[in-house]
Design a protein around this ligand. Sequence first.
Ligand SMILES: [Zn+2]
Ligand SMILES: [Zn+2]
Length: 128
Amino acid sequence: MSRDDRSRARRDAPGSFRCCECRLDVSTVAPGTAHRNHCPNCLWSRHVDERPGDRASPCRSGMEPIAIAVRGHGEWVLIHRCRGCDALVANRIAGDDNPLLLVQLAVQPIANPPFPFEVLSGIISVPN
Ligand SMILES: [Zn+2]
Ligand SMILES: [Zn+2]
């Protein structure tokens, strides 16, 4: 029985859910978002929605935060990838999400580039 199966058997209290990754009890009420769907501590989510807030997905697998994207107006969104079905979902960040983890995600491609950075100097010309 996996960790996921055990957490699935447990009923979440209304207005909160237990994080599938770090086991934190998380209130669904959060600053800056209508319905929180990910853990502010480790940023993991769970695949419960087909569309935001509908709780219609039968998947219920844990969703790993893999990237940060920035929408127009500078709104940060978290990209989650489902460990069960590989779905990719974008979620607004909440006002109390772990800022250190958010920044770690944002700089990950820079910290671990898939090619040597010297290559970039041939592609990007910086006007001066
Ligand atoms: Zn967590
Ligand atoms: Zn899924």
